[in-house]
Design a protein around this ligand. Structure first.
Ligand code: BGC
Length: 736
């Protein structure tokens, strides 16, 4: 078998700068073909065609990995695409994530500045002989008619350019020992949404509303005179006067431009994507929404979780969380899809991954991303703030190590294990998990000059965007960061010890000692007699969830008291994820549901009342008076606060996997019915089959119906009473 690695990296002789580069090769097929494969990768993102037909439905390939250490190549079966005689191979390569020319990216080791291609067409004939057509200087290149492309700024296509002058490709000796076969899941176009409304804004702008914030791009049809430029600007929200608002995209221009050749055309971008609900159309006299289609693009993931209930706002919120996941699972879990960021922020993924694994099958998606984490982790165990690593300029001296953020090395493998029950997830990602825990311990050792001194850090993002004060717009949260870092270190140590026992590894007893001391330290430093010294919701939440408190009833009462006092959430990224779980642990389901059902600012449902179709980055993205939070950080599609959806499945609907028999092999159905939500219905398509919970209010109590998957065993706990369940459907009526 001929190896893909015989191909040579090639690029264009002329630097095409902002334009994409097209690569060409004509191959002669003389014999009957048994099978044929195109093995391909690029510096940038590619679109490959054989005889003008797209080789695959995948887009933006080879996607985004930690490029300097891992670059995926993909092998496409193209057997049916070849014809006897001459066949034309064309591969376009755009800049994709490979070239960093947007403000927010710092410098890093990627020094390439030009598109490059490496591929082989491998043809196996019926007579058993094999031909290989690898990239080399027999290929030709030309400047594409996509004369500008940039993942954040968008794309310009000049339809007047039919055929650029071709010249011989140049062979180059770019790195190749980091090439790996494809892993993870491909990125594809998933759904198409027609424009629903044409809007003329007070400023006179022509806007199309797609009715849903998505990630992807727009396809549209037009016929305009030659040389006409049509410009499409993508954005998320109209301002309070109803005009186009793009400030929150920061440096991202998020524009698509077409220059017409005078003929009717249907176009869509090739090498970019946008996060948007609206587009502004410039340069087209008659704009008909039905001529514009928004194409939803994300990683291929099977939908597994469904939630609905008697409260329409909550249903809309649940849908918004799902849309947030679609919009931010584009090869890597991103913070947001629209502004000049779109990075694999570790903290966001750590907080959302449990919910993500309920909504969709994300096992392969996270497996690949965690391999990037391992690749980007430093020898001392340091974990970057964003993965794939790029030195985001504001994230500290070097962009590594932040409490709760870097803890994704522990949290994500664990959540994937609980969701899918596969020990391999733990063994595959064990090394980085342990290295991260060791890193925190070593930092403590450094702090104490050889002796362990907590906390390992007081820096970082803390309870990011917490809202103790209603006008608060700062980033770093109020809760003491030293406490947060120690709390997550405790979680890391506990998880490591559990994972060791699951995998049959021996845990050095020093870890248990550090764990005990970390807990003791927290109790002494941050607590007094079970009460948190700092009166924040997040402080108490972490003490409850991570088992730090030795007087849980007191800490729980303090949390409930705090929530009652405020009558609302004050938590940021960290506390929000665990808040309702902590209230449930405190026996305060009703209070948890109060928070969930609240519609006034701030709350989960407040953005829904403001017309949100995805989850906002901040509680105050739009203040009640219509004012936007500062444009420097105000995304309307950030999934982090959507993490509460997991509580809606696991506690409100009550489908709770048991971590001792993970992958839903054992389920405890322990719903928390609340009269204000007279019926709830949820299901999760688990690896054991479908688990479902439905209940409704009756005249004198509640009727429950639990579906136990064929491969699971299950109990139910309703209002404190335990029921043994059989496989299949179980009906229970309870008087209350
Ligand atoms: C991102 C966040 C991220 C944070 C770090 C922001 O710019 O959008 O979601 O976690 O920086 O604090």
């Amino acid at each position: 078998m001929i190896s893909f690695l015989q191909a040579i990296w090639i690029k264009s002789r002329a630097n095409n700068k902002d334009a994409a580069t097209d690569f060409f090769k004509t191959v002669d097929i003389k014999k009957e073909v048994k099978s044929a494969y195109l093995h391909i990768t690029a510096h940038g993102v590619f679109e490959a065609f054989i005889n003008s037909k797209r080789v695959s439905e995948d887009v933006l390939m080879p996607g985004w990995t930690s490029y300097t250490k891992r670059l995926r190549y993909i092998s496409y079966d193209v057997t049916d695409m070849l014809t006897p005689g001459e066949n034309e191979l064309k591969v376009g390569v755009g800049k994709g994530w490979f070239f960093h020319d947007v403000d927010c990216w710092g410098t890093d080791e990627l020094k390439y500045d030009e598109a490059a291609l490496m591929c082989t067409l491998e043809v196996i004939y019926s007579d058993g002989s094999v031909d290989e057509f690898p990239t080399d200087n027999s290929w030709q290149t030309a400047k594409s008619n996509i004369i500008y492309n940039n993942i954040y700024n968008g794309e310009t296509v000049d339809l007047r350019i039919k055929e650029s002058k071709k010249s011989k490709a140049v062979e180059i000796s770019y790195m190749r020992n980091h090439l790996i076969p494809f892993e993870g899941v491909p990125i594809r176009e998933q759904e198409r949404l027609q424009g629903v409304k044409l809007i003329k804004t007070p400023k006179g702008e022509t806007v199309i509303d797609f009715g849903q914030e998505i990630t992807g791009y727009v396809e549209f049809t037009a016929k305009v005179p030659k040389d006409t430029e049509i410009i499409i600007k993508h954005f998320e929200v109209l301002d309070k006067d109803g005009n186009v608002y793009t400030e929150n995209l920061r440096g991202a221009k998020a524009t698509y431009t077409v220059i017409s050749d005078g003929k009717p055309f249907t176009v869509k971008p090739s090498y970019t994507f946008y996060g948007f609900r609206y587009i502004q159309v410039i340069g087209l006299k008659s704009v008909k929404p039905e001529n514009f289609t928004a194409i939803v693009v994300h990683s291929e993931m099977k939908r597994t979780g469904y939630f609905s209930c008697a409260n329409e706002l909550l249903n809309k919120f649940a849908q918004n969380v799902v849309w947030g996941q679609k919009g931010n699972f584009l090869d890597i879990p991103t913070d947001c899809p629209q502004r000049d960021e779109r990075l694999g922020w570790t903290g966001d993924a750590a907080m959302f991954c449990r919910t993500a694994a309920i909504n969709f099958d994300v096992k392969a998606f996270f497996d690949k991303w965690l391999n990037d984490l391992e690749a980007d982790q430093l020898a001392d165990g340091s974990v970057p703030h964003v993965i794939p690593y790029c030195n985001v300029y504001w994230s500290g001296p070097d962009g590594y190590n932040a409490a709760a953020w870097s803890d994704v090395a522990v949290i994500a493998p664990w959540e994937m294990y609980v969701a899918y029950g596969d020990k391999k997830i733990l063994s595959d990602h064990y090394k980085p998990l342990k290295k991260w825990v060791d890193f925190m311990i070593n930092e403590c050792r450094k702090n104490g000059g050889g002796k362990i001194k907590f906390p390992w850090t007081t820096g970082g993002y803390g309870d990011w965007l917490s809202l103790e004060d209603l006008d608060r717009e700062e980033g770093v949260g109020v809760t003491d960061v030293g406490y947060i870092s120690t709390a997550f270190m405790i979680n890391g140590l506990k998880t490591l010890i559990k994972v060791d026992s699951i995998l049959g590894y021996k845990t050095d007893k020093s870890y248990k000692t550090v764990l005990e001391n970390a807990i003791k330290y927290c109790r002494k430093e941050y607590m007094k007699d079970g009460r948190m010294k700092q009166e924040t919701q997040t402080a108490a939440v972490l003490a409850i969830i991570f088992g730090i408190t030795d007087k849980p009833e007191i800490t729980m009462a303090q949390l409930a008291e705090n929530v009652r006092k405020h009558g609302r959430i004050t938590t940021g990224f960290i506390g929000t994820t665990y808040l309702l779980y902590a209230l449930s642990a405190a026996g305060e389901d009703k209070l948890a549901t109060d928070l969930l059902l609240r519609t006034e600012y701030p709350s989960w449902l407040y953005p829904v009342t403001k017309g949100a179709t995805t989850v906002w980055e901040r509680w105050n993205g739009i203040f009640p008076d219509g004012r936007f939070a500062n444009a420097g950080m105000n995304s309307f599609n950030h999934y982090a606060y959507g993490s509460v959806l997991s509580w809606m499945f696991r506690r409100l609907a009550g489908i709770c996997p048991d971590e001792d028999e993970p992958g839903y092999r054992k389920i405890t159905f322990s719903p928390a019915p609340d009269e204000r939500i007279p019926w709830v219905k949820a299901s999760v398509d688990t690896v054991c089959g479908e688990a479902a919970s439905y209940y409704e209010k009756t005249a004198d109590g509640w009727d429950f119906e639990f579906t136990v998957p064929a491969g699971s065993k299950a109990d139910a706990v309703i209002f404190g009473k335990k029921y043994r369940l059989k496989k299949g459907i179980n009906k229970i009526s309870v008087k209350a």
